[in-house]
Design a protein around this ligand. Structure first.
Ligand SMILES: [Zn+2]
Length: 105
């Protein structure tokens, strides 16, 4: 068993996401990413944000959408989280999660 780094819930060792808060359990594992040129990193970040924003808004499975929201928070994409949180067309759970993440992003 391990502990969710976000909410403290006890979860299975092989769980990719916390069943309680949806936190991605692998997001902190890859800490040895090689340094890139700053401009390259900026472009990459923007592409990632675009990609995750699309996933978070698409009507695919909830777990993937939670993961995308977590990634947006990790990338500091406050604007995108804000757009999702304030979009009345979004599912309530997704909006709530986006709002929650905004508090710590
Ligand atoms: Zn959790």
């Amino acid at each position: 068993m391990k502990i969710c780094q976000n909410c403290g819930q006890v979860i299975a060792n092989d769980a990719s996401f916390c069943p309680r808060c949806g936190h991605n359990q692998s997001s902190y594992a890859a800490s040895s990413i090689p340094r890139k040129l700053e401009s390259e990193a900026v472009v990459e970040r923007e592409q990632k944000i675009k990609e995750y924003y699309k996933i978070a808004r698409d009507r695919i499975n909830l777990e993937l959408r939670y993961q995308a929201l977590n990634e947006l928070a990790r990338l500091g994409a406050r604007d995108e989280l804000m757009k999702i949180a304030s979009n009345p067309m979004m599912r309530g759970k997704i909006r709530e999660r986006a709002l929650e993440l905004l508090k710590t992003t």
